[in-house]
Design a protein around this ligand. Structure first.
Ligand SMILES: Cc1ncc(COP(=O)(O)O)c(C=O)c1O
Length: 480
């Protein structure tokens, strides 16, 4: 473990300079002022710099190595987009500025909505939701208000068991009841089960496409036909859109509502609770229900428009996470139609290449072909007393981030791998070689895997205790 910055204590040193206060101090409630100095670390500037550089170099990140984290799309995102989003013309905006002052920002919102419509085939988009799950929730609110407006009492949302975990949660928060549709042996929606469960109380069929097994529904048109015939809407969780860009337009296959994860597909890193964006798109019959304000173009002017009687209202303060929108806009403009399609093609090629290599040593419940990700299984290693978690920990010793494990729940000992479109063949080969080595270790020396990781700053933790009783505080004994 590294020393904390408090343990770098160096009497008499200071890394900061606080100017003398030359203003009169008035109105302070002396009862509330502290009696002892704060327990700030006593360190010089150099110690501070070294401390943070040491921490940063221990951290694993996408600039350091591959991140095959299934479902998360941890790809390399061009740095130029960060620079563009950091331009003072964007970062210096205030959300209360008059719309005449922020025409450029409004144009960006308007043009990005149009680009997303073009990419997905939907008729309208709102960029307000700030996460994938937030987009799902907004989509469910739109469906709820749509049926309310039609005076139809529909309360159920059908969700396949291969959906992303946030889907049923969004359904419940919005007041619907989720009902699970099982997958068939091929990992796709069991159409007979769908036909059995759907009725005139079904509001929405909520489909993750491609699903969390990385599979595209071969019978998508039939599925959508069944749902529409029952008078229900089709919601597409489009967070995995990096597999479909330039190939499938959800609007063309009559998806009614969808969301995108800009922070997976369009150049903002995913994860860590950082700012995200989950725009929601709808086809024209649902346009009136989108959140307000919308940005309109009148001649050469862009204006905010909130006068939408049927709108679900505001779903976030101001206009969403604008900084993420700027990066998505820059990414789309730079790649153009051809580049956007290449993203999906590379994602699919990489995933299928890796799946073939890894399936020599790990089980594969659903052989594919897959889209952008696949789910292998460590089930075949159980005979040596080795679990998927041991494989994941051992990968850390080889300097590779672990894949998503034990999800989706329908695959025993799941190892969910998304190589992403930006990794080159040599990196994929290296990952496959390491996975092969680990399978060999499981057969010949499983003890190594039980001990892993042994090369990381922190060895294997009691994960439940680390999550429930984290030790995050330095004991600040002298503070009051
Ligand atoms: C398929 C899918 N749907 C929804 C989400 C939820 O997105 P968020 O984490 O932004 O809420 C994710 C997250 O990665 C996802 O992979």
């Amino acid at each position: 473990m590294s020393r904390t910055i408090f343990e770098r204590f160096y009497e008499g040193k200071s890394g900061s300079f606080i100017p003398r206060n030359d203003c009169p101090v008035e109105g302070l409630d002396m009862l509330l002022t502290r009696k002892t100095p704060t327990s700030l670390p006593v360190v010089g500037e150099q110690e501070v710099i070294r401390h943070y550089v040491e921490l940063a170099s221990k951290n694993y990140h996408i600039d350091k190595g591959m991140y095959p984290l299934g479902s998360c799309t941890m790809k390399y995102n061009p740095v130029v987009n960060e620079e563009i989003a950091g331009l003072s013309g964007f970062t210096g905006l205030h959300p209360l500025q008059d719309e005449t002052d922020v025409q450029g920002a409004l144009q960006l919102i308007y043009d990005l909505e149009s680009s997303l419509c073009e990419i997905t085939g939907m008729d309208h988009f709102s960029l307000q939701p700030v996460a994938g799950a937030h987009g799902e929730l907004t989509g469910m609110m739109i469906a709820r208000d749509y049926f309310r407006d039609r005076k139809e009492d529909r309360k159920t949302v059908l969700v396949p068991d291969s959906a992303h975990g946030t889907n049923p949660a969004s359904v419940v928060i919005c007041g619907f009841t989720p009902k699970t549709i099982p997958s068939g042996d091929d990992g796709l929606v069991d159409i007979e089960a769908l036909e059995r469960e759907i009725d005139d109380k079904t509001a929405v069929f909520m489909l993750t496409l491609p699903n969390t097994l990385g599979l595209f529904e071969k019978e998508i048109k039939k599925i959508i036909g069944i749902v529409h015939k029952a008078g229900a809407l089709v919601y597409m969780d489009g967070a995995n859109m990096n597999a479909l860009l330039g190939i499938v337009k959800p609007g063309d296959i009559e998806i009614d509502i969808m969301h995108l994860n800009l922070h997976k597909t369009f150049s903002t890193p995913h994860g860590g609770g950082g700012p995200g964006s989950g725009p929601v798109g709808v086809r024209s019959h649902l346009g009136d229900f989108l959140p307000v304000p919308r940005v309109l173009k009148e001649g050469e002017r862009y204006t905010f428009f909130s006068d939408m009687e049927k709108s679900v209202g505001k779903v976030h303060a101001w206009y969403g996470n604008f900084n993420v929108l700027v990066k998505a806009y820059a990414y789309i403009i730079a790649l153009g139609a051809t580049g956007i399609r290449e993203v999906a093609e590379n994602a699919i090629i990489n995933a299928n290449y890796l799946m073939k290599k890894i399936s020599r040593h790990y089980d594969l419940k659903y052989p594919g072909p897959c889209m952008h990700e696949f789910v292998a299984s460590g089930r075949n290693l159980k005979q040596y007393g080795v679990r998927t978690t041991d494989v994941a920990k051992r990968l850390l010793d080889y300097g590779i981030h672990a894949p998503t494990v034990y999800f989706p729940l329908i695959v025993e000992e799941a190892l969910m791998i998304e190589p992403v479109e930006t990794e080159k063949k040599e990196t994929l080969d290296h990952f496959a070689d390491v996975m092969e080595k680990i399978a060999g270790e499981a057969r010949n020396n499983p003890g190594i895997l039980h001990e892993a990781p042994v090369t990381t700053p922190v060895r294997r933790l009691d994960e439940a205790a680390a999550a429930r009783n984290p030790e995050l505080c330095w004991p600040l004994e002298n503070s009051e």
